[in-house]
Design a protein around this ligand. Structure first.
Ligand SMILES: Cc1cc2nc3c(=O)[nH]c(=O)nc-3n(C[C@H](O)[C@H](O)[C@H](O)COP(=O)(O)OP(=O)(O)OC[C@H]3O[C@@H](n4cnc5c(N)ncnc54)[C@H](O)[C@@H]3O)c2cc1C
Length: 319
C-alpha cells in the first residue's frame, strides 16, 4: 500500500493495540476485539499523552478508580490522532498513587461513546485538525476492559510503543516519494538549461537519502522477521523511528526546494474528496509545503527523537 500510495488503515488498531491484546489480553478479549480491527470495522485511537505527561509519560494522572464491576475514569488526554473518528481508545490510566509512578499504571480499553467522554480539536501547522484533546468526566468503564493485570500497564504500554515506532519508519512510503522526486526533478529546469536530475549536487542529495533508506529497509526487515517469529520488536524500533522520520523530513525539504515558489500557494481544497481544480506546478507542487509543515510532527510523535536517542543510549549501547 505504501509503494503505490493507497490509503492505509489507521494504525492504532492493527499496528498498536491488536499486538498488545494478542499478547496480554484474556481469551474473551482476544475473541472480541481483533476481528473488527482486522476488518477495519472499528477504529481506535491512542490515549497515552496528557497535558503534563509527554516525554515523561509515567507522570500521567488520568485516574481510574474501581467501584464494583467498573472503573470510574477522570482526566484529560492530548494529541490524540484521529480521536474525532475513533470508536474506541486504549488508555493508560493511574490505578495506584502510592507506589513508584511506573508501577501504578493500567491499560484500559474505553468505548468512545461512553457517557462523559468528549473531545476538542487541535489544529496543526498545515491547518488541519488531525489531533485532539479528549476529556473523561466520571466515565464508567467495565472492569472486563482492563488488559492484563491492574498496575502492570507500563509493561504493555512499552511493548505497544515498539510496534508503533517500527510502523513509523515508513520505508515503502519513502521509496514511493523518492520515485516521485526523481520524476519531478527530471521535469524541472536547473536554471542552466539542464534538468535537476542532471545536476550532480542534486543527484548526490538524492543518492544519500536512497542509501540510508536502503539501510533502513534492512533493519526493518530484520525487525519484522523477529516479529513473525513471535517476538515483539526490541529497542531497535527507536532506530527505525529516528531514521525513518529524519529521512521523511529530508524528502519533504527536497520537494519544497524543487518546487520553489510553486510550493507556496495554500490550496486546502485540493485535499478534499473530488477536487477538480488545476494542480499547481510540477507534480502538484502546492501540496509540498503543506506536507512539509504537517510532517514536522514526525520527529515528535511516537516519542520524540531526542527521547529515542536516550533509549538507544540506555537499551542498545548500555550507556
Ligand atoms: C501530531 C502529533 C500526534 C500525536 N499523536 C498522539 C496520539 O495519538 N496519542 C498520544 O498519546 N500521543 C500523541 N502524540 C504525543 C507525543 O507522543 C508527544 O508529543 C511526545 O511524546 C512529546 O511529548 P510533549 O509534547 O509533552 O513534549 P515534552 O515532553 O514537553 O518535550 C519537549 C521537548 O523537550 C525534549 N525532551 C523532553 N525530555 C527530554 C529528555 N529527557 N532528554 C532530552 N530531551 C527531552 C523533547 O524531545 C521535546 O523536544 C502526538 C504528538 C503529535 C505532535
Amino acid at each position: 500500500m505504501g509503494l503505490i500510495g493507497a490509503p492505509e488503515p489507521v494504525p492504532f488498531g492493527s499496528k498498536m493495540v491488536a499486538p498488545v491484546i494478542m499478547a496480554y489480553g484474556n481469551d474473551e478479549q482476544k475473541q472480541r476485539f481483533p476481528p473488527d480491527i482486522l476488518e477495519s470495522n472499528v477504529w481506535w485511537c491512542q490515549g497515552y499523552s496528557e497535558p503534563n505527561a509527554g516525554s515523561d509519560l509515567a507522570s500521567l494522572k488520568t485516574s481510574a478508580v474501581r467501584e464494583g464491576n467498573h472503573y470510574i475514569v477522570n482526566g484529560a488526554k492530548t494529541w490524540n490522532t484521529y480521536g474525532q473518528y475513533a470508536d474506541w481508545i486504549f488508555c493508560l490510566v493511574r490505578t495506584d498513587n502510592t507506589v513508584k509512578k511506573q508501577e501504578g499504571i493500567s491499560f484500559l480499553l474505553i468505548d468512545m461513546k461512553s457517557e462523559g467522554v468528549s473531545h476538542k480539536p487541535i489544529y496543526l501547522l498545515d491547518g488541519h485538525a488531525e489531533v485532539n484533546e479528549i476529556f473523561f468526566d466520571d466515565v464508567k468503564v467495565p472492569v472486563e476492559n482492563l488488559i492484563g493485570e491492574e498496575n502492570k500497564g507500563w509493561t504493555y504500554a512499552k511493548v505497544l510503543l515498539t510496534h508503533e515506532r517500527t510502523n513509523i519508519s515508513g520505508v515503502p512510503r519513502g521509496k514511493r516519494r523518492l520515485r516521485a522526486l526523481k520524476r519531478i526533478a527530471a521535469e524541472t529546469d536547473d536554471g542552466f538549461g539542464n534538468s535537476m536530475m542532471e545536476n550532480q549536487t542534486f543527484r548526490n542529495r538524492l543518492a544519500n537519502i536512497e542509501i540510508e533508506l536502503k539501510a533502513l529497509e534492512f533493519v526493518e526487515l530484520r525487525t519484522l522477521a523477529s516479529v513473525s517469529a513471535g517476538k515483539a520488536p526490541g529497542p531497535e524500533s527507536s532506530i527505525l523511528k529516528i531514521v525513518g522520520t529524519e529521512l521523511a523530513q529530508k524528502i519533504d525539504e527536497i520537494f519544497v526546494d524543487l518546487a520553489a515558489y510553486q510550493s507556496l500557494p495554500f490550496v486546502p481544497e485540493q485535499f478534499e474528496d473530488g477536487f477538480q481544480g488545476t494542480p499547481i506546478g510540477p507534480g502538484n507542487s502546492a501540496a509540498f509545503a503543506l506536507t512539509y509543515f504537517n510532517n514536522r510532527k514526525a520527529s515528535i510523535y511516537g516519542g520524540s527523537n531526542e527521547i529515542q536517542r536516550n533509549i538507544i543510549c540506555k537499551a542498545v549501547l548500555g550507556l
